[in-house]
Design a protein around this ligand. Structure first.
Ligand SMILES: Cc1ncc(C[n+]2csc(CCOP(=O)(O)OP(=O)(O)O)c2C)c(N)n1
Ligand code: SF4
Length: 283
């Protein structure tokens, strides 16, 4: 039986009270509840405080560059479909520098669970606005307030017909672990945008701010109803719905390639003679 303890407990460099603690606990809990052992999972991240998550787990992991977790994860997915692949990175990494990769990955629809630690700020680089920082919010780098509208990742994902779109809160670990489990069981691109406080650099969207606003989607919410999902996705202010906003089935990128059928590429013998014949075309 796999337990959360199998993923280890390590000293971190996160600030006491950071939402990353709730997220890492939920990730371990979800993997354990699904019976996925450390050697059966791969966690890919970019750069940032959130992206340190796999450093603090006993699991296969890879750090891409800032904004580049998704290209690495997609390559890994093509090479080894036996691994359960999770992507964990920040809102800056995923929606800012990695914004185009985010859009491309939704279009492609590979089987990945993408967990975005959305603290609405750049934490690692000490408090500049991220794409999800609220308009007019004052930060250390934007002393007159953010002059752009905030990016709404869940609305964009619903608009692009992403197969699974959820929103969680780091302060509700059991609920978040359940969302991550559902995302892992969805075949295709699954987004879990997780609201989390950054106690050091975001003095507006605090633990109390989120706790006052976050409410669980009512049972009558139908996640297959795209219009209803879009309406809930735009609810962000006095009330913020958490749960599975939207889900739909779409063919995965992997299922469109016949040569990916059978054993994972990582386990196949390469055909050097065929490779040499191909290379000769370019000689
Ligand atoms: C290509 C590149 N651009 C910028 C940076 C600097 N940088 C590192 S982390 C970061 C922002 C981190 O914010 P976020 O992704 O939201 O994660 P957090 O630290 O808040 O968890 C930036 C701008 C970098 N390392 N590489
Ligand atoms: S700076 Fe913010 S995001 Fe980074 S560890 Fe501290 S509280 Fe967490």
């Amino acid at each position: 039986m796999v337990t959360a303890d199998d993923f280890g407990t390590y000293k971190t460099s996160w600030c006491p009270g950071c939402g990353n603690f709730g997220i890492i606990a939920a990730v371990k809990q979800a993997l354990a509840e699904e019976g996925i052992a450390p050697n059966e999972a791969l966690v890919v991240s970019g750069i940032g405080q959130a992206a340190k998550l796999p450093h603090y787990m006993r699991v296969n992991f890879f750090n891409g560059l800032h904004g580049r977790a998704l290209p690495v994860a997609q390559g890994a997915r093509l090479a080894n479909r036996r691994l359960k692949i999770l992507v964990t990175s920040g809102d800056g990494c995923t929606y800012g520098e990695g914004g185009n990769h985010f859009l491309a990955a939704i279009r492609r629809n590979m089987d990945l669970t993408v967990i975005v630690h959305d603290n609405q700020i750049y934490g690692l680089t000490k408090g500049q606005a991220s794409p999800t920082t609220m308009s007019e919010q004052v930060t250390k780098a934007q002393p007159w307030g953010v002059a752009s509208e905030a990016f709404n990742p869940v609305a964009v994902a619903v608009a692009m017909n992403a197969g699974f779109v959820a929103r969680g809160f780091s302060g509700m670990q059991a609920h978040l672990a359940d969302l991550i489990r559902q995302a892992m069981n969805h075949e295709g691109f699954a987004l879990v945008d997780v609201l989390q406080p950054c106690v050091s650099f975001n003095k507006v969207n605090t633990q109390a701010w989120y706790r006052e606003r976050c409410y669980e989607l009512p049972p009558e919410h139908d996640p297959t109803d795209r219009t209803a999902a879009m309406a809930r996705a735009w609810e962000f202010g006095e009330r913020i719905p958490i749960g599975v906003l939207y889900r739909t089935d779409r063919p995965t990128f992997e299922s469109r390639f016949r040569h990916l059928e059978g054993p994972p590429l990582a386990e196949r013998e390469e055909d050097r003679a065929a490779l040499e014949r191909i290379m000769m075309h370019y000689a």
